[in-house]
Design a protein around this ligand. Structure first.
Ligand code: AMP
Length: 506
C-alpha cells in the first residue's frame, strides 16, 4: 500500500496484510478501530486536507487534546504529502503566535473550546484555515465524513520532510526539528525489532501524542508491528492498572512508574506483561529496583530526543543496567567528545554525546546557523547531553551540558551529587543546580524532596555527603520542597529552578 510514499508505505505494511487486526481500543469510550479502518479514515482525512488546498510540503499544525481523530490527522497529513506539526497542549496564545508565525502552516487545527481565541492568533500569523477535530460545523472530521474512501498517496521519498517537532526550548527559543520520512520510518523499524514488537502485542498508550515518545515511538511501532494499543487520553495510574491485565507492554516516562508504584495490586496486574519501557527523562535506580521488587520486571530504559528519535536502548535480552541508557541502537553511532575541541574522548570520560545515523533530523526549520552549530558536516549531531560510556559499553547520561556547574573553575556534574543525596536515608529525590556566587562564579544548590515524615535538615544532608564528595561539589545551600518542578514529559525543569533561586547565594 502507498508504495510511492516512504513513511506511509512502512507504517501501513502490516495493515496491508491484516486490515482486520485491531489497532486501537479507546480506554474511555470503548471504541475499537482496526488497522484497515484507521487507514481508511486517514485517507478521508488526506482527501479533506487536499480539498482545503494543502500542497506537498505544506505544514499542518495541530494543538488539540489527545484523540483518535488526531492520529487520523497525522496519517492523513503524511498521505497528503504534508508536514505534520503537533504542538504541546500546554502552550498558550503568545507561544502559539510564535510557532504559527515561524512555521506558517496552511492549516491549523485546535480544540473547539479554543477556536474563537486561537482563530485570532492564527489570523495574526496569516494561517489560511483554522479548523477543529470532532465538533459539529465545518470541522475536519465532518469534511472527512463526506469524502468517499480511496486516496492516492502523494509521492514522498525517504529524504522528504514528514514532520516538524518543536524542541521543548529549555534554552532560549524553541527550534523546529525537521524530521524526514526516512528518519521516522527507520527508527520505528529498528525499535520494533529491538524490542520485539509483534502483532500479538497490546501496548498501553498513555503518553501525549504531540511529543516524539507518544507519537513516533509508541504509535509508529504499534502500526508497523500490526499490534494494538489501549489508547488513553492521558495518564491515570488507576486506568493503567485496570488495563494492564489485557496488555503486554507499556511505554512511559519515569513519573508513570513512580505513580504506579504508589498503587496496590501491581504484581497481579502485571502478570501478562512482557515489557516496560522508560525514557524522556532519567529513571532513578531506586525506581528501577522498586519496580523489579513489585513486578519481577526490569524496566528497559532508552534515550532519545526530538531531533533524533531514539539513539540508545538497554538490551531486550541482556542486562538492563539501572542508571544507564544502554547501547547505541543498530545502525546508529554514538561518541563522547570534548566540548571544547570536539575530539573523541576515551571510554569512561565525561563529554558531550554526539550521534550519527539514519534517525538524525534534517536541521532546524529556518535556522541555518543553529543547524550548522549543532549538526556537523560529517553527519554527527551534537546533542548537548553530557555522557560517558562505561567499560561494558553502556551509555550513562550525566546531565545536560547547560546544567554543568562550574564552581571556582571546577566542573560539577549534577547527577553525581544528586546520586549521593538520593542515597541518603529519608530522601526521595533531588535536583542540583548552579546559581551565581560572588567568589566562585557558580555555587552548588540542592533542591531536595523528603519522604513523608522525614525530619532532615541541611546539616544532616551536608554531614551525609561529607565523606563522599569533594568540598567543591557539596551544596552551599539545601532547599527542601514538596516536589521538583517538572514539565508534562516528566523532565525536571532546572531552568525554572535556576531562575527561582538565582539570588539565593548572593
Ligand atoms: P526531548 O527532545 O523533549 O525529547 O528531550 C530530549 C532530552 O531528554 C535528551 O536530550 C535528554 O537530555 C533527556 N532524556 C531523554 N531520555 C533520557 C533518559 N533515558 N535518561 C536521561 N535523559 C534523557
Amino acid at each position: 500500500m502507498y508504495k510511492q510514499n516512504h513513511l506511509a508505505a512502512k507504517l501501513a505494511a502490516a495493515a496491508d496484510t491484516m486490515p482486520d487486526a485491531l489497532f486501537l481500543e479507546d480506554h474511555t469510550t470503548g471504541v475499537r478501530l482496526t488497522h484497515g479502518q484507521l487507514w481508511a479514515k486517514a485517507e478521508q482525512m488526506a482527501a479533506a486536507l487536499v480539498r482545503l488546498g494543502l500542497k506537498t510540503g505544506d505544514r499542518v499544525a495541530v494543538q488539540a487534546d489527545k484523540s483518535v481523530a488526531m492520529l487520523e490527522l497525522y496519517l492523513g497529513v503524511v498521505l497528503a504529502g504534508g508536514v505534520f506539526l503537533p504542538l504541546n497542549t500546554a502552550y498558550v496564545a503568545g507561544e502559539l503566535a510564535y510557532f504559527l508565525g515561524d512555521a506558517k502552516p496552511h492549516i491549523f487545527v485546535c480544540d473547539p473550546a479554543n477556536l474563537a481565541d486561537l482563530r485570532v492568533v492564527a489570523d495574526g500569523a496569516g494561517v489560511g484555515h483554522v479548523l477543529t477535530l470532532g465538533a459539529a460545523g465545518g470541522t475536519l472530521v465532518d469534511a472527512q465524513n463526506y469524502e468517499s474512501a480511496g486516496f492516492d498517496a502523494v509521492t514522498r521519498s525517504a529524504e522528504d520532510l514528514g514532520a516538524i517537532l518543536y524542541t521543548s526550548g529549555t534554552t532560549g527559543r524553541s527550534k523546529g526539528a525537521m524530521l524526514s520520512h526516512g528518519a521516522l520510518a527507520s527508527n520505528s523499524e529498528v525499535l520494533k525489532n529491538y524490542w520485539r514488537f509483534t502483532a500479538d502485542d497490546v501496548l498501553i498508550h498513555a503518553l501525549p501524542i504531540y511529543h516524539t515518545h507518544g507519537l513516533f515511538v509508541a504509535t509508529n511501532i504499534t502500526l508497523m508491528a500490526g499490534a494494538s494499543c489501549i489508547f488513553m487520553s492521558k495518564f491515570n495510574a488507576q486506568d493503567v492498572l485496570s488495563a494492564m491485565p489485557r496488555a503486554t507492554s507499556m511505554m512511559g516516562v519515569p513519573t508513570f512508574y513512580v505513580r504506579l508504584l504508589g498503587e496496590g495490586g501491581l504484581g497481579r496486574a502485571s502478570k501478562n506483561m512482557r515489557l516496560f519501557i522508560s525514557g524522556s527523562a532519567p529513571l532513578l535506580s531506586e525506581t528501577h529496583d522498586q519496580w523489579r521488587a513489585a513486578t519481577g520486571h526490569d524496566i528497559l530504559e532508552r534515550y532519545g530526543m526530538t531531533e533524533t528519535n531514539m539513539n540508545t536502548s538497554n538490551p531486550y535480552d541482556g542486562e538492563r543496567r539501572p542508571g544507564t541508557v544502554g547501547f547505541p541502537l543498530p545502525g546508529i553511532q554514538v561518541k563522547i567528545c570534548a566540548a571544547t575541541t570536539g575530539e573523541t574522548l576515551p571510554d569512561g570520560e565525561i563529554g558531550v554525546l554526539e550521534v550519527r545515523g539514519p534517525n538524525v533530523f534534517l536541521g532546524y526549520w529556518q535556522m541555518p546557523e543553529k543547524t550548522a552549530e549543532e549538526l556537523r558536516d560529517d553527519g554527527f549531531f551534537i546533542t548537548g547531553d553530557l555522557a560517558k560510556i562505561d567499560a561494558d559499553g553502556y551509555v550513562h547520561i550525566v546531565g545536560r551540558g547547560k546544567d554543568l556547574i562550574i564552581t571556582g573553575g571546577f566542573n560539577v556534574y549534577p547527577k553525581e551529587v544528586e546520586g549521593a543525596i538520593d542515597a541518603l536515608p529519608g530522601v526521595v529525590e533531588s535536583a542540583v543546580i548552579g546559581v551565581k556566587h560572588a567568589d566562585f562564579g557558580e555555587g552548588v544548590v540542592a533542591i531536595v524532596v523528603l519522604e513523608a515524615g522525614a525530619n532532615i535538615t541541611q546539616s544532616d544532608v551536608l554531614a551525609g555527603l561529607a565523606g563522599q564528595l569533594a568540598k567543591f561539589k557539596q551544596p552551599k545551600r539545601v532547599i527542601f520542597v514538596d516536589a521538583l518542578v517538572r514539565n508534562t514529559m516528566g523532565k525536571v525543569q532546572k531552568n525554572l529552578m535556576r531562575a527561582e533561586y538565582v539570588d539565593i547565594l548572593s
